[in-house]
Design a protein around this ligand. Structure first.
Ligand code: ZN
Length: 262
């Protein structure tokens, strides 16, 4: 898998002793991002210092839970909290090769607080490693993005799972679009695009719904819809999702394209 390959490359560079830098783990795979953060924290903090965490020493144990003294986790993501967090980073590492700074859920950090993070990245002493996580790369300021190595973490649900978690409201919207005028569709796109995270979530839900619909059509349970149309919608949503995840492309434009092609 591409993701594992990237993580291996990251581990390899850490083993070679390069222990500074900043990494952004982004995507909807919350567990994958969490695991990657604790793994890197263990590599840095392990008392064995072999580049591979032994996973049995006291340091490894506390690092896995992000409780090691050399791991600083931002708790309060408000501008005030981030300011305090920044000033708390002054002291050097106690026992590890580096200080590990962990800032999770970047999507919930306002722009002004993200600018503070940018200053932290710029001012950090050499032996600091930043581990950031976000739902999507586009929720992180471009200036921050340009200073981090981005590693995608995405998880795709099985159809059974998709059916369970589909949000009824979004599905209702989805099935309604066809009956709306273009003007109404664009108004919907404009409103929703004010929150890019919301757009990504909507694309994911609609894709899940379209996949379920496709399966039902193949089984002959939804004769009123055309198979080719559903396939076209699936392909379009996949393309738009990749665009939303990999670039900071305009959410509104993506939504509008989707609305036009429906
Ligand atoms: Zn260890």
């Amino acid at each position: 898998m591409k993701q594992a390959g990237l993580l291996n490359a990251l581990e390899a560079s850490l083993k070679r002793g390069r222990v500074s830098g900043a990494y952004l783990f982004f995507g909807n795979d919350e567990e994958g991002k969490k695991k990657a953060v604790s793994r890197v924290a263990q590599i840095i903090c392990c008392a064995e210092e072999k580049g591979v965490p032994c996973e049995i020493c006291v340091a490894c144990n506390s690092a896995a839970k992000l409780l090691h003294a050399d791991i600083r986790v931002a708790q309060d993501l408000s501008i005030k909290g981030m300011r305090e967090f920044r000033s708390s980073l002054g002291t050097g590492a106690w026992s590890s090769r580096s200080i590990v700074v962990v800032i999770e859920r970047m999507e919930s950090i306002r722009e002004d607080a993200q600018s503070l993070l940018l200053k932290m990245l710029e001012d950090s002493p050499g032996n600091t490693i930043f581990l950031l996580t976000a739902l999507s790369a586009s929720s992180v300021l471009e200036t921050v993005q340009s200073r981090v190595h981005s590693v995608p973490f995405f998880q795709f649900q099985s159809l059974e799972e998709s059916e369970k978690v589909l949000s009824e409201d979004l599905v209702k919207d989805f099935t309604r679009f066809r009956h709306l005028s273009f003007e109404e569709r664009f108004l919907y796109a404009k409103t929703m695009a004010q929150d890019p995270e919301c757009v990504v979530q909507a694309f994911q839900e609609w894709l899940a719904y379209a996949r379920v619909a496709f399966r039902r059509q193949v089984e002959g349970k939804l004769p009123s819809l055309h198979l080719s149309r559903t396939l076209r919608v699936i392909k379009l949503l996949q393309r738009l999702l990749v665009l939303q995840r990999t670039s900071s492309g305009s959410s509104r434009l993506a939504l509008e394209r989707f609305m036009v092609e429906l």
